[in-house]
Design a protein around this ligand. Structure first.
Ligand code: SF4
Ligand code: SF4
Length: 482
């Protein structure tokens, strides 16, 4: 006589549970899927919260409340989404990137020079990692052309390409920007591909000619600006200490009035001195007229002078909360709210991202400096330690593989049990290097912040999904070029 083989017990899988619009949801790790719970599924999870139960035991326990066939089906569904598991668990679906992953985005640092001396700038401040000595200060047209040629070669197979111009102050090399747009556009049309462009600028050098060019060529513009005069001028100053607000405010208004072919965004750097998020947001949207405003805390080492610190970050999260709920209200009315931090996170949640790496740096995106050196992204440009090759010879595949292996979520032990890893994947490589001296180190100083922010965006996503699901189609159309 043979004994019947008992079915293996179920236990809880890995997820973050949240409530939104009166309903219950699971955010599943590591898949990044979002699953709505019905009453039966919620009861199953409740029972498994205390113990491990087999299928038969579960059917028995729930027998007075639900039909056995319904319990059976719900168990299959929950197991299918990985919300519950058998003892052997699941294979982690986050795969390493394929070798020779084609590029999609190129960031060209047209110059490493800047006409401002912002106190917190990562290119010049105490935490700078660039080693520009002996290298050109401005990119020349030969290097730019070689960079574009290299980009087109290493993006083979992609139909849509993106070039971002960066600095230093990008517009200090506007003639080259113009040439690159013409050259890359011609090349794209020869090859039957689509290319678009964007730039980041401090706005001090904007003039009528530049604005006309940007508008006619549909160049996306992000302006670095920190809010009203007293806040902007706390950090964003010329070398003589004079604030930049009075110079840039009228230029930005002109840009906004005349460049209407792409949304114009502001990017705000938060520091210990500049952290009044709501005031800054209201000024930039209502008084200046930006269509999008995004915030990022300054990147510094932990003892950095302007570091925002844990209590400052709590205050920032509180202010983000206020704006995020406002975003939800607008979305339910079908209106686009300018707080881009929410749009960015919701877009990732909507697409169910489960990242192997925190961003595209060194993978689908590279930065190229004035010397033609290739870096993982614009923030590593001109750093010998982080160079991944040169536009004349292409990527050094061994260096690239090392960078990507260290940045992969599998290499970040501290992140392995974190439910936020599908969207975070350990955080910015550059910030990790500045903080911990290793691009592959998880940004553990931000974990509470990241989890708090992701939970908030999940709840907002859930409310929009329930109350105005059509709004989420905006994210299907949205291009996410990193
Ligand atoms: S850095 Fe922190 S929040 Fe991000 S995945 Fe790792 S443990 Fe989670
Ligand atoms: S997140 Fe960090 S490493 Fe990634 S592209 Fe941005 S600055 Fe570079």
């Amino acid at each position: 006589m043979t004994a019947a083989v008992a079915s293996p017990p179920f236990s809880l899988g890995e997820f973050h549970r949240f409530a939104s619009a009166g309903r219950e949801f699971l955010y599943l790790a590591p898949s990044g899927g979002i699953f709505e719970l019905n009453e039966l599924a919620a009861r199953i999870l409740q029972l498994l919260g205390d113990t491990h139960l087999t299928r038969d035991e579960m059917i028995q326990r729930l027998g007075t409340e639900f039909a056995p066939a319904d319990v059976d089906e719900a168990l299959d569904e929950l197991h299918g989404t990985h919300a519950i598991q058998h003892p052997e668990g699941f294979q982690d679906p986050v795969e390493p990137p394929p070798a020779n992953f084609p590029l999609q985005s190129l960031v060209l640092n047209l110059t490493n020079q800047c006409n401002l001396s912002c106190q917190y700038c990562y290119e010049f401040g105490a935490d700078k990692i660039a080693t520009p000595d002996g290298k050109p200060k401005f990119m020349n047209s030969e290097t730019a052309q070689a960079a574009v040629d290299y980009f087109f070669r290493d993006s083979a197979g992609r139909r849509a390409l993106h070039i971002t111009f960066f600095g230093g102050e990008t517009l200090m090399n506007f003639p080259l920007l113009r040439q690159v747009v013409d050259y890359a556009r011609g090349k794209a049309s020869e090859e039957g591909r689509y290319i678009d462009f964007s730039l980041t600028t401090n706005a001090t050098l904007l003039n009528a000619e530049i604005i006309t060019f940007l508008a006619e060529n549909h160049v996306g513009v992000t302006v670095s600006m920190d809010g009203p005069k007293e806040l902007n001028d706390a950090m964003r100053v010329f070398a003589n200490g004079r604030g930049s607000y009075d110079i840039i405010a009228p230029k930005v208004k002109e840009l906004l009035a005349r460049h209407t072919t792409r949304p114009i965004a502001a990017r705000v750097t938060l520091t210990s001195q500049v952290s009044d998020v709501v005031k800054i947001f209201r000024h930039l949207t209502e008084e200046i007229g930006f269509q999008e405003v995004g915030f990022a805390p300054v990147t510094t080492s932990s003892n950095g002078l302007y570091s925002i610190g844990p209590s400052g970050l709590d205050g920032v999260l509180e202010a983000f909360r206020q704006l995020a709920w406002e975003y939800r209200d607008w979305a339910i009315e079908g209106r686009h709210h300018p707080f881009s931090n929410v749009s960015d996170t919701i877009s990732e949640l909507h697409h169910g991202v489960s990242k192997s790496h925190p961003c595209g740096a060194g993978l689908g995106l590279v930065g190229v400096g004035p010397s033609g050196d290739i870096a993982p992204c614009h923030r590593f440009v001109d750093s010998d330690q982080h160079a991944l090759g040169h536009v004349s010879t292409g990527l050094d595949r061994a260096r690239q593989a090392d960078f990507l292996a260290r940045g992969h979520i599998h290499a970040k032990y501290d992140c392995h049990a974190c439910w936020a890893r599908p969207v975070c994947a350990g955080g910015c490589h550059h910030e990790a290097f500045v903080r911990y001296g290793d691009t592959g180190h998880p940004n553990l100083h931000y974990c509470d912040w990241i989890r708090g922010w992701t939970d908030l965006c999940l709840r907002i996503y859930g409310e929009i999904a329930v109350r105005n699901p059509g709004f989420l189609e905006t994210f299907d159309r949205r291009k996410t070029l990193q």
